[in-house]
Design a protein around this ligand. Sequence first.
Ligand code: ZN
Length: 599
Amino acid sequence: MQEAPLNPDAVLAEVFGHASFRGEQGDVVRHVTAGGDAVVLFPTGAGKSVCYQVPALCRPGVAIIVSPLIALMRDQVEALRQAGVPAAMLNSSLNADEARAVRDDLRADRLKLLYVAPERLVTPGFQQMLQEAHISLFAIDEAHCVSQWGHDFRPEYRELSRIAGAFPGVPRMALTATADPATRADIIERLGLENARVFASSFDRPNISYTIVQRDKGKEQLRDFLAAHESESGIVYCLSRKKVEQTAEWLNEQGIRALPYHAGMDASARSRNQDAFINEDGVVMVATVAFGMGIDKPDVRFVAHLDMPGSIEAYYQETGRAGRDGDPSAAWMCYAMSDVVQRRRMIDEGNAPEEVKRVERSKLNALLNICETTQCRRQAILSWFGEQHPGKCGNCDNCVFPVDTWDATDAVIKAMSAIYRTGERFGVMHIVDVVTGKTTEKVTRLGHDKLQVFGKGADTDAKTWQSVLRQISASGLVAVDSEHGGMALTEAARPILRGESRIMLRRDRPKAKSARRSHDGAAMSSGVSSLFELLRSARAGLAKTQGVPPYVVFHDTTLRAMAEAKPTTLDAMAGLPGIGKAKLDRYGAHFLKVIAKAA
Ligand code: ZN
């Protein structure tokens, strides 16, 4: 029995409650619904899942979605069921009875989407079962797992190339949020998708604001940043387990609900904290990079880094966990030169071959340049991924508060001469003591107070000298020894010492501001925001009784639209984004009551 495909726009409106597709989604959906193969390269938050969910509902039969992430499968299946779609998953988290029920549903043609783990898909038994079913399409999510270039390589993904031969005529799609060109080429080759149409959208995340500040008192700076994000969910990344624990504890003392997460905790405490982050509103997760993979929470409003990551790729991926729902979100980092020294030491002491270490060092330097740039940060990040951006994004700290620069040539020469005259082996603190003329025990013991340069920079404060030294090492005029932090001049320093070129440095801000834009460019009025909070708590209640995360009921975006429009009838509510037919039937009356009561 062959039904004709349904209309994608009608499905999008009726099931998902959206009036139109975002960006290139519509092109992908129409192409696949018509039977074409596709490679979809969209950044996180661009709505990749809609690209297979809508065709799955438009085409006859069941769609097979391959995903390596159990948490993500569970969320998607739950969200689809809430929208009235028969969806299921098969993976190691199911017991034998549950798995049997899913297989029965598959045989009886009762499913529209089936999520499976890759190792399950390639078993002969499952392949046989699929041959007897009516398949509408195959979607391979997290397709970068097929590539050895990435960090998430999964050998089972290589087997997925067999699908093409086993199911001729069934459309196949591969989807990933990985921006790296080598990985993209690998996906196409390894999955036999040479003839597929490639949909690549910009990797810009316009709803994320970028702010990078120098670390002074890291915890206090973090607290000031968090003050603008009260009752919002977010992640704070730290480099070490110890720092994770200390930071979480300190935040709790400050009255901020923060939970730790790192690989050294026992598994049950870790998963309890992860569940709380997913299922409750307004939890701050303080974590090492062990946290984040497979977390599909759409309303993470900020990602803060208390230490510098190791590369632009890592920074982009970690900050990218904010704002998947498209609402304004903040990426905030504070860093110090000591981070760079520590990262360099980690690379030097690692077991990687020398050529890999060289690449890692240059990746670290590229991120350091983004930290030190006076230009648009978004432009600099995207340019690392080979993408042109005109700059002046208006949503990074450098664009919102343009950086003041000064001609620092004379100061730089003084600093370099202090480094040179003391034998090119001392770190920032000692050099600052020498230029500012501070007679410490070390200075007098080494006779550095007898040097001509001693006290030559006494008219400038120590903070400014630290900033000068930081910037000249970031720009490569000075090399920093990764073991002791000792500084030495490089070849690049010569033209400045000889007076052949001048150097401009950024003037560090006394108090760094965050570039975050408020929602929709204007803060919610107090009436709207108090109704929003009421709707949020109604949502929390509904989610809790069903044992699902709040965002599975409705996204923040939908609640905000409700708070602004204050609908009084089901018809009016149906026009809001994210409210499809099934959810309107299920929750509409409940939320109308909350709105009426607040009026
Ligand atoms: Zn910018």
